[in-house]
Design a protein around this ligand. Structure first.
Ligand code: ADP
Ligand code: MG
Length: 264
């Protein structure tokens, strides 16, 4: 096929593509055929009630859960497999670890190392895993702390920081690995309300810089303002997805409407 028009020529490989992704825990099917595509540079917000499968889906993208059906690609690579001589081979642990380096994940709980300073937390993985020199890692960490608004907290320990500050360090720590994809699982849900804004502002900055992000959140303001697309999950499927103005402003499905009525 000859590529002639711009639409076709600029079509890019998705950063995430899920096709009929299924996951069960014992007898319970938790993901019942998730379909979702996230383009490079896109911010995709996942909304949905508790227990709908949002965290499980993020964990599948990040190789933390093995899927039972369907297909899941990250940046063109089939999750869990490599292709060799036209055959698929299951990834070995070392290969999984290598792919996971490219994916940053930020959880509701910040999970910083309590015995390391903010700077120490950020340089840990680049130094240990990537073999970056301490000097270079420190310089990069200082830039990242600046970016998350914590330039003056390099020497503070997690216990000396507010929840919002810890979460921003956690974001900087993930960015230190130079991920091509960032996953956020309710990053502000555990924070006192007055600390939420600073974390969302950092995420908004990341989005503006072109980071590809999949964000599970109940922050409708963020979804409306920052997301390129919103997907509403319920009971293990994407019930509807599209631009925030459509999904949030004019939901087509009763289940979406019922959920939005509760959270808005
Ligand atoms: P959400 O993040 O949307 O609240 P989850 O993905 O955490 O939903 O959970 C979806 C469902 O899967 C829930 O019913 C939960 O209890 C179940 N579940 C999640 N992880 C496990 C697990 N490791 N073992 C068994 N059940 C699980
Ligand atoms: Mg969850």
């Amino acid at each position: 096929m000859i590529l002639t028009d711009d639409t076709t020529a600029t079509e890019t490989r998705p950063m995430v593509r899920a096709a009929d992704v299924r996951k069960r825990f014992g007898p319970v099917e938790v993901l019942k055929g998730i379909d979702l595509t996230v383009a490079p540079g896109e911010v995709s917000c996942l909304l949905g009630p508790s227990g709908s499968g949002k965290s499980t889906f993020l964990r599948c993208i990040n190789h933390l859960e093995r899927i039972d059906g369907g297909q899941l690609w990250v940046d063109g690579d089939l999750v869990g497999y490599r292709r060799q001589a036209r055959r698929l081979h299951e990834l070995r642990a070392a290969e999984v670890a290598r792919r996971r380096r490219d994916i940053g994940m930020v959880f509701q709980r910040f999970n910083l190392f309590p015995h390391l300073t903010a700077l120490g937390n950020i340089i840990e993985a680049p130094v240990r895993v990537l073999g970056t020199s301490r000097e270079q890692a420190r310089a990069e960490a200082a830039r990242l702390l600046e970016r998350v608004g914590l330039a003056d907290k390099a020497r503070s320990y997690p216990g000396q920081l507010s929840g919002g500050q810890q979460q921003r360090v956690a974001i900087a720590r993930a960015l230190a690995m130079r991920p091509k994809l960032m996953l956020f699982d309710e990053p502000t849900s555990a924070l006192d309300p007055e600390l939420v804004g600073d974390v969302l502002a950092v995420m908004k900055g990341l989005a503006a810089d072109g980071m590809t992000m999949v964000v599970v959140t109940h922050e409708m303001g963020f979804a409306r303002e920052v997301a390129d697309s919103v997907a509403f999950l319920d009971d293990g499927v994407v019930v509807e997805s599209g631009p925030p103005a459509e999904v949030l402003g004019a939901p087509r499905h009763e289940r979406t409407r019922a959920f939005l009525d509760k959270v808005l």
